[in-house]
Design a protein around this ligand. Structure first.
Ligand SMILES: CCCCCCc1ccc(Oc2ccc(Oc3cccc(O)n3)cc2)c(O)c1
Length: 257
């Protein structure tokens, strides 16, 4: 069995800049031989994504805007990808958002709108994207999403995003159950804290990063490349026996009390 991704195409949703975990995933899939299709939330991200993809030594990447709060936009995006590419072999969903005000202080002060916005973008979007992309995975497929420990247990300041990630984790499992019969696997990577554009929005991020370096079994922070390598595993046939799983790529931090 060959674990190269040569001749395979993957959609990577959510590259914002070179620090994005999504970019670490894109690089790992590229290095394994994959062709990449990128989607980005709005035109603000088009230039950086095209520039990053331009640094890869191939010229067949494709780019589509996709606002995951708009079902018609998601439908249109995957209709276009189907027209341009035909078959895809997997998808990395690296999308989440919550209002900054809801990422520190008291969780119970979260507004109803803020709560629903984070659920909409960070959890429901996985189900919507899976629904609209499944028909392109005619040779089977693998969907990977990004979650965080704060959805499994309380992590100070993570607040509304923790509730959204709990919802994402269950969304991943129910989606895995629906798509297994179509040969499509759905898993999550629970990444340790990594200094990304998104991480800037979470209160007291630095103290969590310090705690990882001091207490995590591997005593070191996690990198985008390490997450990318596990995404490659989940996209490849090496993980063909797995679906509905959450793999922690966090230097072992999650095993601590
Ligand atoms: C206190 C917890 C520290 C570790 C947090 C690790 C982490 C870092 C970034 C994560 O991804 C997001 C994505 C969007 C997000 O919402 C944002 C980000 C920036 C600005 C803003 O207005 N909202 C917050 C975190 C994430 O889910 C988890």
């Amino acid at each position: 069995m060959n674990f190269s991704l040569e001749g395979k195409t993957y959609v990577v949703m959510g590259v914002a800049n070179r620090r994005s975990i999504a970019w670490g995933i894109a690089q790992a899939l590229h290095n394994a031989g994959a062709r990449l299709v990128f989607t980005y939330a709005n035109e603000r991200f088009e230039k950086p994504v095209r520039e990053l993809a331009g640094s890869l030594d191939r010229d067949d990447s494709l780019f589509y805007e996709c606002d995951v709060t708009d079902d018609e936009a998601i439908k249109q995006t995957f209709t276009s990808i189907k027209e341009d590419v035909g078959v895809i072999h997997g998808l990395a969903h690296c999308i989440a958002f919550a209002n900054r005000d809801d990422l520190n202080g008291e969780f119970i002060d979260t507004s109803r709108d803020g709560f629903l916005l984070s659920q909409n973008i960070s959890a429901y979007s996985l189900a919507a994207v899976a629904r609209e992309s499944k028909d392109l995975m005619t040779e089977g497929g693998s969907i990977v999403t990004l979650t965080y420990l704060g959805g499994e247990r309380v992590v100070q300041n993570y607040n509304v995003m923790g509730v959204a990630k709990a919802s994402l984790d269950a969304t991943m499992k129910y989606t895995a159950n629906d798509l297994g019969k179509h040969g499509i696997r759905v898993n999550a990577i629970s990444a340790g804290p990594i200094r990304t554009l998104s991480a800037k929005g979470v209160g007291d991020f630095n103290s969590i990063l310090q705690e990882i370096e001091e207490r995590a079994p591997l005593r070191k922070p996690v990198t985008q490349e390490e997450v990318g390598d596990v995404a490659y595993f989940l996209m490849s046939d090496l993980s063909r026996g797995m679906t509905g799983e959450i793999l922690h790529v966090d230097s072992g931090f999650n095993i601590l009390g």
